[in-house]
Design a protein around this ligand. Structure first.
Ligand code: SF4
Length: 290
């Protein structure tokens, strides 16, 4: 299959998606595949790692190399895969607000500061959808759900601010209701040489009756329409906290810095998977265990 013959159908499996009718996971599924088509990345050249959650049922719906990890653990295998073969065209980790900013938040912080070369997409619907509607780490204070019937007592995590504070080199926000804009951000995130975090406002049409498509449509605006330049961390920090009735989407922050792998002389040239282990002299290492 040549690059220009690719279509989004090439990234589909025979398994029909089981998301609720109208779920915004469908839009993200389309946007990711549009981005891969535009980049000419074929299914065998991309690795996806998935968390647990509605979003990560995508493990069954995307064609490519797939790892369906434990809850909160989409990032560790993605990092290992990138270090094992830094020549892969794309490594994409996918998770949600529960796995990403609750159960697996430690992995997120450390992946940011390590600057591992991969794209981490978080479907942020501000609720646990797969388990039928409990308050999540990004649910707003006062949010009423099955788990907080009298209102959420906790302040929500701000994913983009957390990424900036953890020194991620590429931080963006998208909205599932802005498909082409989202696909463009995914392209930029895949191309970024380092850790790219894309948090997507992803309305859960079944269980979150507050943060709906309409709610977001009334509030989101595109940073690039304002002349915003994404190279100042302080400015990005301020934008990430902008909540005065408006929510900026687009690229908040971008710098180039050495990736973790680039700082390892052992992986300066050939990938780990290309190394001929039989030619490595293990005499000294083995002597230490005698
Ligand atoms: Fe989508 Fe919510 Fe249904 Fe999950 S529960 S598939 S997030 S609409």
């Amino acid at each position: 299959m040549s690059e220009n013959q690719l279509t989004i159908k090439d990234y589909e499996t025979p398994v029909c998606p089981t998301w609720c009718p109208g779920c915004s996971n469908y839009s993200i599924w389309v946007a990711v595949r549009q981005a891969l088509v535009k980049l000419g990345i074929q299914p065998h050249e991309v690795v996806f790692t998935f968390d647990i959650g509605c979003n990560s049922n995508g493990a069954n719906f995307y064609q490519g190399y797939i790892c369906h990890a434990l809850h909160g653990r989409a990032l560790p295998p993605a990092e290992a895969i990138r270090w094992a073969n830094h020549k892969l065209k794309a490594v994409i980790a996918v998770g949600g607000d529960g796995g990403g900013f609750g159960i697996g938040v430690g992995h997120f912080i450390h992946a940011c500061r390590r600057n591992v070369d991969l794209l981490y997409i978080t479907h942020d619907n501000q609720i646990y959808g797969l388990t039928t509607g409990q308050t999540s780490p990004t649910s707003p204070k006062g949010f009423i759900s099955k788990s907080t019937p009298f209102g959420n007592l906790e302040e929500p995590v701000n994913p983009s601010a957390l990424a900036l504070a953890s020194r991620a080199t590429w931080v963006a926000r998208g909205f599932a209701g802005e498909l082409n804009h989202l696909a463009d951000l995914i392209i930029k995130g895949i191309k970024h040489p380092g850790f790219a975090h894309l948090n997507i406002f992803q309305p859960c049409v079944t269980f979150n009756k507050v943060n709906t498509f309409e709610w977001f449509r009334e509030r989101v605006y595109k940073l690039e329409d304002t002349g915003y330049q994404p190279h100042d961390r302080q400015l990005a920090w301020e934008k990430s906290w902008e909540m005065n009735g408006q929510l900026p989407i687009g690229l908040l922050y971008e710098i180039t810095a050495p990736t973790y792998r680039e700082q390892l002389p052992q992986l300066a040239t050939e990938a780990l998977v290309e190394k001929k282990l039989g030619e490595i002299d293990l005499t000294r290492a083995l002597a230490e265990f005698r």
